[in-house]
Design a protein around this ligand. Structure first.
Ligand code: ADP
Ligand code: ZN
Ligand code: ZN
Length: 767
């Protein structure tokens, strides 16, 4: 008799361990690690996942008393290594084991079972709707002479994507809305050929040309150094990490492609994660053109059926390169030689619902378990990754940084000007636009070019700011900006919970604690106002396109606004930070940041890092074409190191100041930080539960060195949907078992009706 350790998936019960079941002879060949099974638990049926099997009953158990597995529900979706990774995640992120395991299951698989009749076997409910589209599209030679009409931006997008090589029509549709009809239109014109088949075998007997994107003739020195480091890391076989630290356009993707080629030659596969927003048709096309049908794409915008199909190709071993967003990390790739994470600093690699894992951290653990290499790429690496590279090692793996400071084509970086808005104000400027930005905008209109204006909206009007010196009152205990609460006229620190009254506000006699100015005010600007002032500033005939939460609510609105901008002859695109990423229009010659510093004021220790990353990224949007680009950054905090660093194209200016601050206040990477949020409708019960939890944590870690418990305090978003939210923050030494300890403290509180607790380890969202 064999036995299975099963993680039970029972809704509303967080079980942390596994339970033993006997495997009946008839099921012996199918009930293996990774299988989904039906078992009985507390006199009812439950769905569970097999994490291990063995020949002996678990210790001390009488074989006769071990209940049998009732039924197999789904074949194996993962192997022993994945099972170990899931168990590690459950502890590391203080989440139920079944939630961690679910990440590894086939797309669309649900926890519910159903059966057609009382004596029929149970079946899992699966969401596999959406016929699998097996059509592939490729450019024909006629494409060389075909110029789509100026307004047919979808056709142009499709042609651009296919220039990288043939692609599945469904993948094109996932990234280019309306791609399917554009493909049909192009097919009628003989520009695109369409062929149906499930898998494309590299060139043999197909009519689709495999006009692969050109491979660079010669790699740069930086690229060769990166490849050598990656080879070494892969050979070491213990999860060594290579951080490819290269400016935008320095050829990082080229490094990934070459490294994957070498991994494939060694008989191993590769997992490639890119942020959802960068998962464009062009990105997919580049991987397809190099590796053909060896590539599977996992994309949340694909239909459930499509996603399952791609996942199944990986499980069957017929696709050895997986390209996808965060969750692609859990694809059933048998023997990865490489895990690659592009734009590793991106906050979207942290999942904001349970399990609250960070893909970079899970990938590092997975790489060690699988004996492969982890490659991280970024133009603005996270302070965590830079810190580990400086230390040279982390959790038993080597961390190496390779710099790629130059673009192969030798393109010039844009000129960046930082405008001090406080100085503008003292000089009489009352407009949203400083004199230099207004001049630059008029210049764009005159030359019939295009500009992008970014407005940082996050957490804006919640601060009091001095219009003359830009000073924002800060908590003397936490060095985080105080938020202003209009209703109570109070300044609140959301880290430690201290509160100060704002005397006599909004009486203008309230003065700035820094310079004594009377112009202290809650200060906010919306995209609407920018649009209005822009219309007054610019001559007729300049199209103004606004892109924010309001104008992009409708499905496809985002894309159609971008298409309008693309098709316009002379236009200004005004938007919130949603426009910073992925935007790639060669004709943009001016990028203006209306208010660079609003994020700096957020009560979040990563505020400065995010501001710097965002500004670097926005700056990278200017001057991608032939005409040189200009970037104008307006700020009330012109002296901030992030501004200096962006203006001088020198990251170290920012890094050294920021690291010093973090080290002093003991923030990551010098510690680990968890945010524990308690919420519910009953404010008193929430307060009580949060106090109790804080007491439990203090008792557990109180005297241990390097631990610090802050709060409880109201969250910045203190009320959401009529629920009260309180939180506490816990700092721990960098090597602490933070998840294990906080998980058990939260568990000791027991379940309480109407009270929710989220333990967010290595938190990114502190609001
Ligand atoms: P990144 O991923 O760092 O933004 P890419 O890999 O996309 O950079 O490279 C930017 C551009 O430079 C691409 O068009 C790419 O084809 C080209 N490129 C990359 N490496 C080289 C090289 N060694 N020689 C010439 N061109 C290159
Ligand atoms: Zn404080
Ligand atoms: Zn002041």
């Amino acid at each position: 008799m064999r036995y299975a350790s099963v993680a039970l998936d029972i809704p509303a019960r967080s079980l942390s361990g596994t339970f033993a079941y006997a495997i009946p002879e008839a099921l012996a060949s199918e009930v293996t690690v990774g299988a989904t099974v039906l078992v009985s638990f507390s006199h009812r049926l439950a769905v569970g996942y097999v994490l291990a099997t063995s020949d002996v009953p678990p210790d001390g158990l009488d074989p006769a008393r071990v209940s049998p597995v009732e039924q197999l529900l789904a074949p194996s979706a993962f192997d022993e290594v994945s099972a170990r990774v899931a168990a590690w995640m459950a502890r590391e992120y203080a989440c139920p084991l079944s939630e961690a395991v679910r990440l590894f299951l086939a797309p669309g698989q649900k926890v519910r079972v159903t059966r057609p009749s009382d004596d029929a076997p149970w079946e899992l409910v699966c969401e596999r709707a959406g016929a699998v589209d097996a059509r592939w599209a490729a450019l024909t030679p006629a494409a060389n002479d075909y110029a789509p009409p100026r307004t047919a931006s979808r056709q142009r997008a499709v042609i651009d994507a296919l220039r990288e090589g043939p692609q599945r029509v469904s993948e094109l549709s996932a990234t280019i809305p309306g791609a399917a009809s554009a493909v049909s239109a192009l097919e009628r014109r003989g520009v695109v050929a369409v062929e149906s088949r499930r898998v494309l075998r590299g060139g043999e007997g197909t009519t689709l040309s495999s006009a692969a994107a050109p491979r660079p003739e010669r790699l740069t020195d930086g690229q060769r150094a990166a490849l050598a480091a990656i080879d070494e890391a892969r050979a070491a076989g213990r999860g060594d990490v290579v951080l490819v630290d290269g400016v935008t356009g320095s050829g990082k993707t080229e490094v990934y492609l070459a490294a994957i080629e070498r991994a494939l030659a060694a008989g191993r596969g590769a997992l490639v994660l890119v942020p959802e927003i960068s998962l464009t048709a062009q990105t997919v096309g580049r991987f397809r053109s190099r590796f053909g049908d060896d590539v599977a794409v996992l994309h949340s915008r694909l239909s459930a059926g499509e996603r399952f199909d791609q996942w199944d190709l990986v499980r069957a071993g017929s696709a050895r390169v997986v390209v996808g967003a965060r969750s692609a990390l859990f694809a059933p790739l048998a023997d990865p030689g490489l895990i690659i994470i592009d734009e590793e600093h991106e906050g979207s690699y942290k999942q904001d619902k349970s399990p609250r894992y960070h893909a970079r951290e899970v990938a590092a653990h997975m790489a060690a378990e699988r004996g492969c290499a982890l490659v991280l790429g970024s133009a603005t690496p996270s302070l965590e990754s830079l810190g580990r590279c400086r230390a040279g090692a982390f959790r038993g793996a080597r961390w190496t940084r390779v710099e790629m400071p130059e673009r192969p084509a030798g393109a010039v970086l844009p000129r960046v000007t930082v405008v001090d808005m406080a100085e503008q104000f003292r000089g009489g400027g009352r407009s949203i636009f400083s004199a230099p930005l207004a001049d630059a905008l008029r210049g764009v209109a005159q030359r019939r070019e295009k500009a992008v204006l970014m407005l940082n909206r996050r957490g804006f009007a919640n601060f009091l700011m001095c219009r003359e010196c830009g000073c924002v009152p800060e908590c003397p205990h936490c060095s985080t900006a105080l938020t202003y609460h209009e209703r109570t006229h109070a300044l609140v620190c959301h880290t430690c919970g201290r509160t100060w009254p704002v005397r006599a506000f909004p009486d203008p006699s309230t003065s700035c604690p820094n310079c004594g100015s009377r112009y202290l005010a809650a200060f906010g600007v919306g995209t609407q106002r920018v649009e209005d002032e822009l219309a007054m500033l610019l001559p007729e005939g300049v199209e103004i396109i606004r892109m924010d939460a309001d104008t992009t609510r409708a499905k496809g609105a985002h894309q159609s606004l971008l298409e309008r901008f693309d098709a316009a002859e002379c236009a200004v695109l005004v938007g919130t930070q949603m426009i910073a990423k992925g935007l790639d229009f060669p004709e943009v010659t001016l990028v203006g940041v209306v208010n660079a510093d609003t994020m700096l004021k957020l009560p979040d220790f990563r505020a400065a890092e995010r501001t710097y990353d965002l500004l670097e990224q926005v700056a990278g949007r200017a001057g991608r074409g032939e005409r040189p680009g200009e970037v104008i950054v307006q700020t009330y905090w012109a002296t901030h190191p992030a501004m200096h660093a962006v203006a001088s194209h020198d990251r170290s200016v920012f890094l050294s100041a920021e690291l010093e601050e973090r080290s002093e206040a003991l923030y990551p990477p010098f510690s680990r930080l968890a945010n524990v949020v308690v919420w519910g409708r009953d404010a008193r019960a929430v307060r009580a539960a949060c106090d109790e939890l804080a007491a439990a944590v203090r008792e557990r870690v109180g005297a241990s060195g390097g631990w610090e418990v802050l709060g409880p305090a109201d969250c910045v978003k203190a009320r959401v949907k009529d629920q009260t939210r309180r939180h506490l923050m816990v700092k721990a030494p960098a090597d602490a078992d933070l998840g294990g300890i906080l998980g058990s403290c939260a568990g000791s509180l027991g379940r309480r009706a109407g009270i929710n607790i989220a333990v967010d380890i290595d938190a990114y969202d502190l609001m």
